[in-house]
Design a protein around this ligand. Structure first.
Ligand code: NAG
Ligand code: NAG
Length: 249
């Protein structure tokens, strides 16, 4: 037999290798695919109660609404029972003495008027234009007509001078001849004719005198008058003092 030899000696350290250069940096890799969505997290804990907010300000008052329509009237109630008779009152004390009352004034109406020129035109009211009295102006000298403003009984009369021609005179009341009279006279003779009557008149009735055609011998001159007169004899109703307040004087 042989035996095992001893291990050899350790070899000498080798010479240092050449330094090698670093390779160039590679290009950036492509972006990776998105990952899978993660699993949902667990429910969070309940939050704490918030603080109470401040009280809001009151709103402004609204405008008043328009008035509603009137409702239908209710049914008429039943009449109440008649009350009992009250006890008589006491006698009042005596009043102060009253003022002196008005004296009732009788209504008035009167006129008298004369002719200023002879021989008036026929068949129209004769204008007696010289007024002697006409307090209420019921007689109008511009028309020759009397216009009744107080109903009642009236006296009408005429006293005329007739000269040189015959005269036929008519008293006309409300377009109706109520009286006629004639006087036949020729030449320079002078005569008087007169007439008087009572007529019942209503307010607005009109009265006048007319002469006929060729019968208009009414004369008026310095010595001779021809006059038409009328006046209220009595009224239909007695009128109080209010009447004269409205009278034209
Ligand atoms: C090479 O790589 C080494 C180790 O990372 C580094 O220390 C050295 O500076 C590099 N040399 C060059 C020329 O980049
Ligand atoms: C007559 O008198 C009445 C009453 O005063 C009056 O209403 C009327 O108008 C008068 N008529 C004339 C024509 O003057």
């Amino acid at each position: 037999g042989g035996s095992y030899g001893f291990p050899g000696l350790k070899g000498q350290k080798g010479a240092k290798g050449d330094t090698c250069d670093n390779g160039t940096k590679g290009d950036k890799g492509d972006r990776g695919d998105p990952g899978e969505p993660g699993a949902g997290g667990e429910q969070g804990d309940k939050g704490e109660k918030g603080d109470t907010g401040e009280k809001g300000e009151g709103g402004t008052k609204g405008e008043k609404g328009s008035k509603g329509d009137m409702g239908p009237g209710g049914p008429k109630g039943e009449p109440g029972a008649k009350g009992g008779r009250g006890a008589p009152g006491r006698k009042g004390s005596r009043g102060a003495k009253g003022a002196r009352g008005d004296v009732p004034k009788a209504p008035r109406s009167a006129f008298s008027a004369g002719l200023s020129r002879p021989f008036p035109p026929p068949n129209v009211p004769i204008r007696f234009d010289r007024v002697w009295f006409d307090e209420r102006r019921d007689y109008d000298p511009a028309t020759g007509k009397f216009n009744c403003s107080v109903a009642g009984a009236y006296v009408f009369s005429y006293h005329v001078t007739v000269r040189g021609r015959p005269a036929r005179l008519s008293l006309v009341a409300s377009s109706r001849r109520v009286a006629k009279a004639r006087d036949t006279l020729y030449g320079q003779d002078i005569d008087q004719a007169s007439f008087l009557t009572i007529l019942k008149l209503r307010v607005g009735d009109q009265v006048w005198l007319e002469v006929g055609k060729d019968w208009n011998g009414l004369y008026a001159g310095a010595e001779d008058d021809s006059v038409f007169t009328g006046f209220l004899l009595y009224p239909d109703v007695l009128i109080t003092s209010d009447f004269d307040k409205n009278a034209r004087v």
